[in-house]
Design a protein around this ligand. Structure first.
Ligand code: UDP
Length: 312
């Protein structure tokens, strides 16, 4: 049985990956310090024989007994309000945490896949974003703690590949959504759904003309699994190229939820908020034969069913 370590395994994406590995017959070691993760995301896995959980901060030395075939490094605060609240931890988990896991992968001769991000492109001057684009990041702005940690993570991972021959995978994840997103994580999808369900005003930041491209979690997980099983060692975008303005998106949420008390309000745009974002996903199609299967309409219906249950 293949053994896999998932860091950040109690988080939104990490827990979906744990589910997928368990379903596919792997032995899963989930590691999380629970600063943004939540045990409720994985409690259904505790009864599985091939699942174990370590409460540990991977910015500190990481030890796992026994063999490890794969390591997936998904630990990090990932929402702008979280990494603004925890800037030092965010920098540490992307840098020191990555270094620890690369060391572990070298020791165990594991394949390591690291979760990078569309944020490495910053406020992009190229649109849509191809993997060859170097990005436009403000290193000392409020988002710099996340963006630069992830850029360092890519550089460090590539260096281990080049100098130690480590088998690496780098996924650049674009805005992904689905069940288990924290309702209060401040990101636009949980924010708008909970506001609409509660009959409040949807808080559009700026004029709402900024764009994002949202990928449903099942598609994201499938892309990550295909990358892991491939032999491709350069960064690859996994995201849904369907682009939408935040204003149009707010209107779609109002339509789906249909709460007559909900409406829209406008607020200042956070500093360095990227004006537009859309993956060029052609490399994922070419190398992994991966394409998103869910339209935004389908994905939104599924995530609405989840938020209806959890928003109080
Ligand atoms: N946003 C918004 N209202 C909110 C939360 C976010 O208008 O209540 C905007 C935010 O300014 C950004 C976009 O929605 O332009 C996506 O924000 P999110 O925090 O989800 O992720 P990002 O892609 O910025 O990391």
């Amino acid at each position: 049985m293949a053994r896999v370590l998932v860091t950040g395994g109690a988080g939104f994406l990490g827990s979906h990956l744990c589910d997928r590995f368990i379903a596919d017959g792997y032995e899963v070691i989930c590691m999380d310090n629970l600063i943004t993760g939540d045990l409720r995301n994985i409690e259904h896995l505790f009864k599985k024989e091939n699942f174990s959980f370590y409460n540990h901060d991977v910015s500190k030395f990481v030890h796992v007994p026994g063999k490890l075939d794969f390591i997936l490094h998904f630990a990090s605060p990932a929402s702008p309000i979280d990494y603004l609240k925890m800037p030092i931890q965010t920098l540490k988990v992307g840098s020191l945490g990555t270094h620890n896991l690369l060391g572990l992968a070298k020791e165990k001769k594991s394949t390591i896949l690291i979760a990078s991000t569309s944020e490495v492109y910053g406020d992009p001057l190229e649109h849509p974003q191809k993997e060859s684009y170097w990005g436009n990041v403000n290193p000392i702005g409020p988002r710099g703690v996340y963006d630069e940690a992830k850029r360092f993570q890519e550089a460090m991972t590539m260096a281990y590949h080049t100098y130690h021959g480590l088998d690496i995978r780098i996924v650049r994840i674009f805005n992904t959504y689905g069940p288990r997103m924290r309702v209060d994580d401040g990101r636009v999808i949980p924010a708008f759904f909970s506001q609409a369900i509660k009959g409040e005003k949807l808080t559009i930041f700026g004029d709402g003309n900024q764009t994002r491209s949202f990928c449903y979690v099942d598609d994201q997980v499938e892309g990550i699994m295909r990358l892991l099983k491939s032999t491709y060692t350069l960064p690859i975008n996994i995201g849904n190229p369907e682009e939408v303005t935040i204003k149009e998106f707010a209107e779609e949420v109002l339509e789906i939820v249909g709460n007559p008390d909900a409406s829209i309000s406008y607020h200042p745009l956070p500093i360095d908020d990227p004006l537009r974002r859309r993956p060029d996903a052609s490399l994922a199609k070419e190398v992994l034969d991966w394409e998103p299967q869910y339209t935004r309409e389908e994905g939104m219906k599924k995530v609405y069913a989840y938020f209806k249950e959890v928003v109080k």
